[in-house]
Write a protein that binds this ligand. Structure first.
Ligand code: SAH
Length: 229
């Protein structure tokens, strides 16, 4: 089930058919009925062809509201979760955003579709390679980084928004430091079984507000970069 950069779809395979669009519209209606109301988020998700981000074995399920396996034992987030985190970020077009956990690149594409300036980090080489080839082909141009998201990107901060798409054991202090004053971080924190979605706002230089929303299940946020094979 490992997809390699060489298997990244070529231009002819980047098809988004009438059928895909129909299924996607239904998925968006389902997500709306589950409580997502930000039409900017829903519109962006309606524009991004999720089937192009899936592993070949699961491509038929691209418009089912579930997480699915991708390469390196990771998952593409559930569409509802992508919508929930994106809505919680309160995205503005002018935002500079840091994403930890590029994975398939799907969440990154949704953020780019919303017009933000995006920096995204991944610690698995095969996923970094896959996403950094696919997204530009779809017209999305975030800056890709291969590294450890616990460290953030100190030279590129501060960020207006930070989204973490893997389950962290604690809120990484370096990410808090890289939040702009008035900036907002959305991060799942917990153990391997489940995590609580935290919304952290940097209210002042040394002052943060923190609120907890629902429970979610993410693959773990791990330290360091994965061993290269
Ligand atoms: N946003 C992705 C979700 C992928 S799952 C998507 O839309 O598909 C979470 C990803 O976080 C995995 O690819 C995993 O390798 C990555 N990850 C885990 N710990 C990390 C870390 N410390 N730094 C960067 N990426 C990390």
């Amino acid at each position: 089930m490992v997809f390699l950069p060489s298997q990244t779809p070529n231009a002819a395979q980047l098809e988004d058919t009438f059928r895909h669009k129909g299924l996607r519209k239904k998925l968006i209606d389902e997500i709306r009925s589950k409580g997502i109301s930000d039409e900017h988020v829903l519109r962006a998700m309606n524009s991004v062809p999720r089937h192009l981000f899936m592993d070949n074995s699961f491509v038929g399920f691209a418009y089912v509201d579930k997480a699915f396996p991708i390469s390196a034992g990771q998952t593409i987030s559930q569409p509802y979760t992508v919508a929930f985190q994106t809505e919680a970020l309160q995205i503005k077009k002018t935002d500079k955003v840091l994403e930890v956990g590029t994975g398939s690149g799907y969440q990154a594409a949704v953020l780019c579709e919303m017009g933000v300036s995006l920096f995204t980090i991944e610690r698995q080489r095969s996923l970094f390679d896959f996403a950094s080839v696919l997204l530009p082909k779809l017209g999305y141009h975030p800056q890709f980084f291969y590294g450890d998201g616990y460290l953030g990107l100190p030279t590129y901060g501060p960020f207006d928004k930070i989204i973490v798409t893997a389950g962290a054991d604690t809120v990484p202090p370096k990410l808090k430091e890289q939040l702009a004053i008035g900036g907002r971080m959305v991060i799942p924190v917990g153990n391997r079984q489940y995590q609580v979605m935290k919304i952290i706002v940097r209210v002042g230089e040394n002052e943060y507000s923190e609120r907890e929303t629902g429970n979610f299940v993410f693959v773990p946020m791990l330290h360091g970069i994965a061993d290269q094979k």
